[in-house]
Design a protein around this ligand. Structure first.
Ligand code: NOJ
Length: 769
């Protein structure tokens, strides 16, 4: 019998009178189908070179973060050889380039404009590590929302944020740019940021939403020895359980793009890592957007030892990397790669399509200018509501680390000796990666204190340079540090500061790091106070005056002497445009501090990596003096200086014993944990109540504690509230040896408290069924 091909059969059936009679009117195409149709049409007209052009992201102007700069930009735009541009903004600058692409390139494909909007665009918020310390998801989202309002008004479509790399090593300068060490909190923050940038429905066609870029995929924060760009190598279990959750959370939240990281991941640089970019990101997680490299990351694979230019270009494209940031290695190699068969045309088409899809989703084919105008920029940028939000969010990010004898809040009368190299610094308070923020609009601590307390006598002395090492200063200044070396000897500067201190009621010493000592390429092997600042503090202490430290820094620091000897310590990070006012609000008690650190502060640098959610080991050290054969150091305890989740308030809180809705749980049930928190002090205040879990016995060893919930609550003086936490079945799960996400029956411990160390414990059992 002659076999009729199935397709022909289907056609014949469709054409039959019976089928004709039943035929329904064709359904309207879905949004995805319309997009596909449009892009099919466009790609049908594109030459191979024009497709390769879409894969090319060029940098225009300043802020170069690598040795290579983009050349011949205008000529390449005209030839259709540029897909996107970054490092430029303002309606005028953007319009000029967009017009070039629209009017002078053959197919008039709009460009897409990106920028490093990291913690605000023009209005600058606290650095991400500070934002995280607020534990306030609404505030985090609001900061990203305002950044989206401002960056779109400035002509931008795309922001290189959120940075969600988990970091456990404070030597790494980029710990400042992320949410700290915890995957649960990191995931919550990743979601809040994506929502803030892209809007609640991820509708990027709106003129005030920007496409977010999740970075740096992946494991950049696990750089060995905390040295930037260094290798990472870790087990898949650790990866899935401890490092990947925030990336996945951002993907689940619908992030539009992903940036590959510079580092090597288990032997293959992320930018050439097919397992990471295709198997995990696209196939397992279902990511639908496009992947851009970090700055020249494909070219850098030559240094990684992955081959010559042609080979690394093919490696990246085959791995699933769509766009090449600045390296122009795709521009120069993909055509040859196709000729040699190293990559397929389909691979090029897939990458080009994903970039065009992003432009389509941004509405650039409808309105390539996205309603950008000088007028919109003027009415939007740095508007009073944004400034007010910056002040409020900055206050929420600050962490009170110590407050003996109620030294804080300060009175607004009498006199203060305001000491320290950071006390009058506007440049430093806005922090690193403060892209389009104008530090001259920022408020220094001195300005903030004077504005808040006009009748307080404030006398300033610098006391020390932020760093005395001329080379370090030169390096910081080469990247916009704007630091001046005070040529006086250290003794002379300290002598002056001591005199000022002696004449005042209280010393407020503003010390820490300069903003350039954190961020990219700013790893430090010593994470104590740089320069002569500690010597300065020791001399100030000797005056016997109460001493308040206001810290400015982008990482956990080692502060053992400071913790012993200061009367009060306020961690302010780099708090942004309104830093000085926000710090004054906290110091004078207009705001009661509520932040909690999200990365462990070690006692000494030799303890790092130090993090709360570690494994127990077979020889856990419980503090027994003479027990040598334990997992410990001979010269320092295992305790941190300040544990994860720690932060004080001007008031005090007490926790009741947590209670559970059940003591035996079936795998599909949700457990309710209730705890009563009371404000037992003299001020109204907010507390971040934290819930941790321990899976006591597992098929792989499990951490001693893992954060699974938190609530930030306002409690009036004397007030108490009963909080309810819910542990859903997924909260009990982890990735086992086969990378299956499972909950294993057995004993669990629940801990509730105001930080990861000071907790109360209850237990329950997870039943097999
Ligand atoms: C390098 C950094 O690693 C990345 O975070 C940033 O977005 C790009 N350069 C672009 O400036």
């Amino acid at each position: 019998m002659k076999r009729i091909p199935l397709a022909a059969l289907a056609l014949a059936l469709l054409a039959s009178p019976a089928a004709q009679a039943q035929k329904k009117p064709a359904a309207a195409p879905t949004a995805d189908q319309k997009m596909k149709q449009f892009i099919d049409g466009l790609m049908g007209k594109m030459t191979q070179d024009e497709k390769i052009g879409q894969l090319n992201l060029v940098s225009v102007g300043f802020d170069v973060t690598g040795p290579v700069v983009s050349k011949d930009v205008d000529a390449n735009i005209r030839k259709g050889l540029v897909g996107g541009v970054f490092n430029t903004f303002t309606p005028v600058a953007i319009r000029k380039l967009q017009e070039m692409a629209l009017k002078e390139s053959r197919l008039h494909i709009p460009l897409m404009f990106g920028y490093d909007v990291i913690h605000g665009h023009r209005t600058i918020f606290p650095i991400p590590l500070g934002l995280a310390a607020s534990w306030d998801m609404a505030a985090v989202e609001q900061s990203a929302r305002i950044a989206a309002e401002e960056s779109t008004a400035d002509g931008l479509d795309w922001v290189f944020s959120p940075m969600v790399d988990i970091a456990r090593d404070a030597r790494w300068g980029r710990i400042a740019e992320g949410a700290g060490e915890d995957p649960y909190l990191g995931s919550r923050i990743a979601r809040a940021m994506v929502r803030g940038y892209q809007g609640p429905g991820n509708d990027l066609t709106k003129d005030n939403t920007v496409m977010a870029c999740l970075k740096h995929f992946a494991l950049y924060g696990a750089a060995e020895a905390g040295r930037d760009y260094n290798t990472t190598d870790m087990s898949l279990q650790r990866m899935y359980n401890e490092y990947l959750p925030p990336y996945k959370a951002a993907v689940d939240a619908g992030v539009g793009s992903v940036m590959s990281s510079f580092n090597d991941v288990n032997g293959t640089p992320a930018t050439g890592n097919k397992w990471l970019m295709t198997d995990l990101l696209r196939k397992q997680w279902g990511f639908k957007g496009f992947v851009v490299t970090d700055y020249t990351a494909i070219n850098e694979m030559m240094e990684h030892g992955m081959g010559n230019a042609a080979q690394v270009s093919a490696l990246a494209l085959n791995a699933g990397i769509d766009q090449d940031m600045v390296g122009e290695i795709y521009l120069k190699n993909v055509a040859d790669n196709i000729k040699s068969g190293a990559v397929s045309k389909a691979q090029l088409d897939a990458a080009c399509r994903r970039i065009l899809e992003a432009k389509y989703k941004l509405g650039l084919f409808q309105d390539p200018y996205r309603n950008v105008s000088a007028q919109r920029a003027t009415s939007t940028l740095v508007k009073p509501e944004f400034i007010a939000a910056a002040r409020d969010i900055a206050r929420k990010s600050m962490v009170l680390l110590k407050n003996e004898r109620s030294t804080l809040p300060l009175k607004k009368t009498g006199s203060i000796a305001l000491i320290g190299p950071l006390a009058n610094r506007q440049r430093d308070v806005i922090g690193n990666w403060s892209g389009a923020g104008d530090w001259k609009q920022a408020v220094s601590v001195e300005q903030g204190l004077r504005a808040a307390a006009p009748s307080l006598k404030i006398t300033y002395a610098k006391g020390a340079n932020i760093a005395d090492d001329a080379q370090m200063l030169e390096r910081l200044n080469a990247h916009g540090g704007d630091l001046e070396l005070d040529k006086r000897s250290s003794e002379e500067m300290i002598r002056e500061a001591v005199q000022v201190a002696q004449a005042a009621d209280v010393v407020v010493a503003v010390v820490g790091e300069s903003q350039g000592m954190t961020g990219e390429a700013a790893s430090r092997s010593d994470i104590g106070l740089p320069g002569q600042q500690l010597a300065l503090l020791k001399a100030l202490k000797a005056t016997g005056k109460p001493m308040v430290l206001v810290l400015m820094n982008g990482r956990p620091m080692t502060l053992p002497w400071e913790n012993q000897n200061a009367d009060a310590i306020l961690e302010t990070w780099f708090a942004g445009t309104q830093a000085g006012h926000a710090i004054a609000d906290v110091l004078f008690g207009a705001y009661n501090p509520s932040g909690k650190i999200t990365a462990t502060f070690p006692q000494v640098v030799g303890q790092v990596p130090l993090y709360y959610n570690h494994k127990n080991t077979g020889r856990p050290f419980g503090g027994e003096k003479l027990d040598k054969y334990k997992s410990r150091y001979l010269d320092v305890s295992n305790e941190p200086l300040y544990p994860f989740g720690y932060g004080l308030s001007y008031t005090t809180f007490s926790y009741g014993k947590p209670t559970l809705s059940k003591t035996t749980l079936s795998p599909t049930e949700t457990l309710e944990v209730k705890v009563t928190v009371q404000n037992t002090g003299n001020y109204d205040g907010e507390e971040v109540a934290q819930l941790y879990l321990r899976d006591v016995v597992g098929s792989i060893s499990r951490p001693v504690k893992e954060l699974k919930g938190f609530q930030k609550v306002m409690l009036k003086k004397g007030e108490s509230k009963t909080l309810t936490f819910r542990l859903a079945p997924n909260d009990l799960k982890f990735y086992n040896n086969d990378l299956k996400f499972v909950a294993e029956p057995g004993d669990f411990k629940v801990f509730v408290g105001g930080n990861s160390r000071d907790v109360q414990e209850v237990s329950f059992k997870l039943a097999a069924k």
